[in-house]
Design a protein around this ligand. Structure first.
Ligand SMILES: N[C@@H](CCC(=O)N[C@@H](CS)C(=O)NCC(=O)O)C(=O)O
Length: 206
């Protein structure tokens, strides 16, 4: 059985939603990423991590999402089988992992970006993080202008991955998602999904 290691509200929400969509039994373990016990599982001290039977520890959210899509092809959460479709899914997973997620690093861990704490350092890092997030959210908002899903015209593993990060923006940006109407629409649609609702309820987040 697959076991998912998660911390509430993190990017581990994405594979959690995917496991709900797949509908096979799985186990959930809540962890604190920097706990010595968890560092034995993932020495990087990051969630998500996953174990599937005798797979050993697997990590990196985008790799886990693709693993789940490949393992359960009947759930139809991967690409559409065309070369172009495979590229598009990879493009958006790479964008989410490599551009959107890091844009939130100074937002969640600003202390990593100054050598001396001061009000001015805090404000500078906060402003920088808003600019980084705006750059990637603007790109995503333009992409979603005429779309219901991140890739193609059906849900894929990219949807809950985007949702998990959009939720950070909704909960943390001063004006929430108001500057990004297409992202807002996508986000509201995701919130109506029963698998999304179950995963959020299990994690105790709103
Ligand atoms: N590259 C990793 C990044 C994972 C990551 O940074 N996860 C965050 C939560 S969203 C985390 O565990 N942060 C804990 C920390 O860095 O202390 C992935 O995509 O899975």
């Amino acid at each position: 059985m697959i076991k998912l290691f998660y911390a509430p509200g993190t990017c581990a929400l994405a594979p959690h939603i995917v496991l709900e969509w797949i509908g096979e039994p799985y186990e959930l373990q809540r962890v604190k990423p920097k706990d010595p016990e968890y560092l034995q599982i993932n020495p990087l001290g990051q969630v998500p991590a996953m174990i599937d039977g005798d797979s050993g520890v697997m990590s990196q959210a985008d790799a886990l999402l693709k693993y789940l899509a490949h393992k359960y092809p009947s759930a139809k959460l991967g690409d559409d089988g065309t070369l172009q479709g495979a590229y598009e899914l990879d493009y958006w997973l790479a964008f989410l992992t490599g551009d959107v997620h890091p844009a939130f690093f100074p937002f969640f861990a600003p202390q990593r970006y100054w050598t001396e704490d001061s009000e001015s350092a805090r404000n500078t890092v906060k402003e920088a993080s808003y600019k980084l997030i705006d750059r990637v959210f603007s790109h995503l908002d333009r992409h979603l202008a005429d779309k219901e899903h991140i890739v193609g015209d059906r849900r894929t593993v990219a949807d809950p991955y985007a949702f998990a990060m959009i939720r950070w923006g909704n909960n943390g940006l001063p004006d929430k998602l108001s500057a990004y109407p297409n992202i807002e629409r996508f986000y509201q649609n995701c919130l109506k999904d029963e698998g999304v609702q179950r995963a959020m309820q299990q994690q105790g987040i709103s």
